[in-house]
Write a protein that binds this ligand. Structure first.
Ligand code: FES
Length: 512
């Protein structure tokens, strides 16, 4: 779906060039058409190709050009929302299935890397969950520990402090056998493995229409058609469903820094605290040894997409947080942001689309665990498509309604509804003259709202500010130089070209 997901450069983008594929120019037929070339799409295509299915993958940007290149690539079975919360929402059995599925995803990634000889810095390591500052004596860590054990995670232990010099920590819970990798090197390897098995991959190919049925049809620009027995929509957030699914998840923007630290000065592990929103940390070492330092990657400072435009402030807070806990930081060398789709009940939506086409499948709601949820999608969707039972079908069913999540559901949908008030407010500035170079703002022109971007040379680009999904007013994001929709997370580049669903068309030209 994504052409480019913003203007910042992640560590992964700076250190791996994923090879280009060609644009689809002819119509073709396959067993399965996968829309989206991120971790969920390629994992699904790979698993299906291994089972002898013919697959075609299409993406309108480069492979991994959406949120996969903006992850921090923690591979973990420590569920983002915490096991206490997952157990409350899904019961003990659901929490155990969730734990097993993420554990299986890490194992599957490790096996694929071995089988396909993918060089992507995969490492097994421990994970540490810390209490909030001042909350060290509380029971929250203990509760997480017990809930994780009830969910079947073994080798989970409480420690008085992390065995890491320099990290000022109180008590923590250690989780064994977590992992990390380089996400774009992994995708490059998956891409080659799919092609070796006869899979076909096309980039720069925008999907304009998806039609389930026997067979299903995927129409692309400028006019090719893919006919397939099954269609998988793995576009971060689905472009096929207009409303239902988008009321059950909410888009959040998260910020990441990469800090240079002396090689070996911080023990390699995954780290999380228990603040809300929480912080997450890992290390990256260049396997070639060319860099004489490690990069400490820290993320957090999340906010609802399109509802804040203060990236500089958030980066500064993140840097201060990291420097206080890791005083060996020498210099910040990367800053980037990404988007997380937060399902109201903490687990991804993977399975049959909520519409009435039985042969259209979706994967969405990464919940900050996109690498493992994307891999679970590969395994689960393959089972569903080849007609095999899966123990995870019900847990991840996109049509599920989780009664215990109704409060969150109501809050998120009130928040979305409140965004329509932007239709009647004044513009952010009175005229384009007030917009600085390489910046944007929404202005009011009569009854219309206009998204105006001023380029570096002073050139003006105007588009309707009305999101082409369900009509909310987009907001300028100065960090990524994008127009972001505060309702369901659609994103458009500075000239209005669609980059992220659920919108599937560009902001409209101004016609008056
Ligand atoms: Fe739904 Fe914009 S993403 S209205």
């Amino acid at each position: 779906m994504d052409e480019q997901a913003g203007q910042t450069t992640s560590l992964w983008m700076a250190t791996e060039d994923v090879s280009e594929a060609s644009v689809l120019t002819t119509s073709l037929t396959a067993d399965v058409c996968v829309i989206g070339g991120g971790i969920a799409g390629l994992s699904t295509a790979y698993c299906l190709a291994r089972e002898g299915r013919s697959v075609v993958v299409v993406d309108d940007g480069p492979i991994g050009g959406g949120m996969t290149q903006r992850t921090t690539a923690h591979l973990s079975n420590v569920i983002d929302d915490g096991y206490v919360e997952i157990e409350r929402l899904h019961g003990e059995e659901g929490a155990a299935l969730a734990a097993a599925s993420h554990t299986a995803a890490i194992d599957r990634i490790e096996r694929i890397i071995t089988d396909e000889r993918i060089s992507c810095d995969f490492e097994r390591l421990d994970g540490y969950l810390f209490a909030q500052p001042g909350d060290e004596g509380s029971l929250s860590l203990e509760r997480e520990l017990l809930a994780a054990q009830r969910a079947g995670l073994s080798n989970v232990e409480r420690h008085a402090r992390a065995p890491i010099s320099g990290l000022t920590s109180g008590p923590c819970v250690r989780f064994e056998r977590q992992a990390q990798f380089h996400p774009l090197e992994y995708l490059s390897g998956l891409m080659r493995a799919i092609e070796r098995r006869g899979g076909r991959i096309y980039t720069g190919t925008h999907v304009t229409k998806v039609e389930g049925g026997s067979p299903g049809r995927v129409e692309t620009e400028p006019g090719s058609v893919i006919t397939a027995r099954a269609i998988v929509v793995a576009t971060n957030t689905p472009i096929t469903d207009l409303v239902a699914l988008h009321t059950k998840q909410a888009p959040y923007t998260t910020y990441v820094i990469g800090a240079r630290v002396p090689r070996g000065s911080v023990a390699k592990a995954l780290y999380w605290d228990m603040e809300d929103p929480y912080h997450y940390v890992r290390l990256y070492s260049d396997a070639s040894g060319d860099r004489p330092y490690d990069v400490l990657i820290a993320g957090g400072e999340d906010h609802k997409t399109g509802q804040a435009d203060d990236g500089d402030v958030r980066y500064a807070r993140l840097e201060a947080w990291a420097q206080q806990r890791f005083p060996m930081i020498e210099e910040i060398v990367y800053r980037w942001s990404g988007q997380v789709m937060e399902p109201v009940d903490g687990l991804a939506f993977i399975g049959r689309d909520v519409g009435d086409s039985p042969n259209v499948y979706i994967a969405t709601g990464d919940s900050g665990m996109g690498m493992t949820h994307g891999t679970i999608a590969g395994m689960l969707l393959t089972d569903l498509i080849v007609g095999r039972e899966s123990p995870w079908t019900r847990l991840y069913d996109p049509s599920r309604k989780t009664l215990q999540a109704m409060d969150t559901y109501a809050q998120e949908n009130l928040n979305m509804a409140a965004q329509y008030a932007e239709w009647v407010t004044a513009g952010e500035v009175g005229s384009p003259d007030e917009i600085a170079r390489d910046s944007g703002a929404v202005i009011r022109r009569g009854l219309k709202k206009v998204a105006v971007y001023r380029g570096p040379e002073g050139d003006l680009h105007e588009r309707s500010a009305v999101c082409t999904h369900l009509g909310c007013i987009v907001a300028w994001n100065q960090t990524e130089k994008t127009w972001d929709c505060p309702c369901h997370g659609s994103r458009f580049d500075k000239t209005g070209k669609v980059m992220n669903g659920p919108a599937n068309s560009d902001l409209s030209p101004i016609t008056d």
